[in-house]
Design a binder for this molecule. Sequence first.
Ligand code: NDP
Length: 435
Amino acid sequence: RERNGHEPEFLQAVQEVAETVIPYIAQHDIYNGKNILLRMVEPERLISFRVSWVDDSGEIQVNRGYRVQMNSAIGPYKGGLRFHPTVNASILKFLAFEQVFKNSLTTLPMGGGKGGSDFDPKGKSDNEIMRFCHAFMTELYRHIGHNTDVPAGDIGVGAREIGFMFGMYKKLNNTFTGVLTGKGQSWGGSLIRPEATGYGNVYFAENMLKTRNESFEAKKVVISGSGNVAQYAAEKAIELGATVLTLSDSGGYILDEDGIDSEKLKFVMDLKNNKRGRISEYLDKYPNAKYFSGERPWSVKCDIALPCATQNELNGEEAKTLVENGCICVSEGANMPSTPEAIHEFHKANILFAPGKASNAGGVATSGLEMSQNSLRLSWTREEVDERLKEIMKNIHNSCVEYGKNDDGSVDYVRGANIAGFVKVADAMLAQGVI
Ligand code: NDP
């Protein structure tokens, strides 16, 4: 706390893990007296660098780039790159710390990392995005590699940005390796990777619902965000027979009482991914829907809530409203979208609640599958990758149940995910000595 007092998001993420893991350490002699958690909260390396690039008017712009290499005990660092004006060391350290546990939960050999820049992609031309991504990679390339650190996308970094960064990495290294995941189909990408985080979140929620003899069929679902994770969570929920009522962006949310069906979702995907428009423009095409400027969707009555936008987007009061409105399941697509007060409300009401490090692990798991395919120089079919993703989400669910079962038979998925993730990394660190 003394060392990281100025980093509130990082402290929040560590506190949540510490509350469940410290009692576990106290009960297990092998972890006692080894300062294992103290070692885990200190990044192995934190790189910060200047990114200078030229905008369309010829002016030189300067941004700050980062890569946090948090923990490599069980494999090369792995985790996304975020381009958003709010990016700073605290946010990236919280994300990298979460990533260590998440990657461990997938059972694939991946350490944890995260990176990005305070660059704001909104309103930039394709050429500006390209120049920024190229400039960013001219420094990052010396710190990464397919056996060292394999970044992927996150907020503000999708297929377009991964393409530009991959191109520059390849040029600088003169090698074609799987150094980034989320690549395009024709140059090393995996089928299902774009869908994986959103689909995986719904698969995880399905597993939770099963424990209470419930499913997505005929359920009302509220989703926040309208980016990569939100879009595919919506697609899978619709496919499973649910009615998706909302989507949002940083401007506000849309509510479509008739349900956002597959056709309407296609419109949103085109609006967001190709036209780079705002969610409020949904009303131009579907005027029966409503738009709530500057608001979040948690007051809409629903059975299932899937927060898929950003950290701390669902607070204690909003959690109370969800519970009072009859919500039975909250499954996090984003990283740390629920505040500690919100999680407390969900636990108090004994509704199903999945923390992102378990429920959104499908994205990085499929990135791990992309790395395997790159190493094998093979491409698995859509069905094969989807089957593996389903299996991985089921296994993560089972691990959470194993470590998170309460005396009354209910499951604390937060405790379960934290301990299951911790054990594998801690065992590897102990085996490797004090390094
Ligand atoms: P995108 O950039 O594709 O979409 C982000 C969405 O969230 C947009 O709708 C965006 O709105 C909204 N958003 C971003 N910041 C804010 C904010 N401060 N307030 C309100 N809305 C906001 O990102 P992803 O879908 O990839 O990521 C969403 C979340 O999922 C993040 O927490 C990310 O870390 C997490 N995640 C992503 C994975 C992946 O595979 N992509 C894997 C695991 C987790 P706007 O357009 O207005 O900015």
